[in-house]
Design a protein around this ligand. Sequence first.
Ligand code: FAD
Length: 372
Amino acid sequence: NSFIVIGGGILGASTAYHLALKGAEVTLVDRRDTGQATSAGAGIICPWLSQRRNKPWYRLVKAGARYYPELIKQLEDVNEKNTGYAKVGALSLHHDTNKLDKMEERAIKRREDAPEIGEITRLSPLEARRHFPLLAEGYGAVHVSGGARVDGRALRDSLLKAAKKLGVKVIRDNASLIVENSQVTGVTVGKTKLTSDKVILTEGAWANDLLQKLNIKVLVKPQKGQIVHLKLDIENSGWPVVIPPNDYYLLHFGEGRVVIGATRENDKGFDSRVTAGGLEEVFREAFTFAPGLADGEVLETRVGFRPFTPGFLPVIGAVPDVERLLFANGLGASGLTSGPFLGAELARLALGSETELCLEDYNVAGAIEKLN
Ligand code: FAD
């Protein structure tokens, strides 16, 4: 069984790693575009409080969050300890007590089949400030002990290093498909032709290029995100991740490093500039719930392109009418949560093993259109 994976973000890295774990022969080709979503993403792993009603989406992110501790243990066992993951708990804020009641109810209900949520604690504004001292006055919170944070690039690198230890060949270059009679037989990298039994596409927001050759239009679009890293003169390794009511968030990596994000810009294409308007938006929203952040030193701003399908749901599966080609994409704003698990599912699919989720719910038809 030989495979070529195109794209080395969280999804491709996880797919290659899981294929290699099962003894497959794998080559991963990644050209690491500026704005790779995984490289910019600093993620909150806390899907259980979301109000989004889409059930397949929730099943996927729930499975993704559940899988993390097992995956991190596997990586640590092969001496990949710098995974960027830590279960620090999550604090979900609101100033409206009715909203907090509903949030708490939702968490308790969802814990029935997701015990990994851990302990659920309702906190008064005063108690919430004990967990997160920079919090503005008047915010109560629901605290869930199972919430975690992850640094996308650290996890990607540990997956790639673990994959290499299992024999995966990683090439940093552009790949294009070799197509013969509606069959994908391999890829071209520079002047070299590589063949394999199957090719697996995980190219994130850039997915439209390769399938044009097969008269297929990919409907995945980039959503630009700008995310700011600050340094505060304060010890913060005990802080939870903080989810305010406004769609923005804050998380930390200890030693005073705090990450605040992020913009969601749908009409910017692949413009990877850090903009004044983007920074203004992130700061304005973050300062409303944590004004003390204004004293932080700005270390850097990362920009990434989240890949979104028209239905905002990830897709995974074979490309219709094309042999030996698998496609997965559309991880959107929750791809650090779902990506490692979805990569494991993609590896199972590629190897013909049973998957944990019913993949029909994530049909690739939701992301592609056949052109004539
Ligand atoms: P990417 O990481 O973009 O990787 C795709 C790769 O494919 C790129 O390296 C590209 O160069 C390569 N490629 C494309 N075409 C080719 C080709 N022809 N040849 C070779 N290589 C190719 N998720 C969460 O769960 N929680 C969060 O809190 C969170 N916060 C985020 C904050 C920001 C600012 C951003 C941008 C994202 C955030 N995400 C979060 C979402 C998450 O980061 C993405 O959903 C996820 O990283 C997407 O991974 P991917 O592997 O599909 O794509």
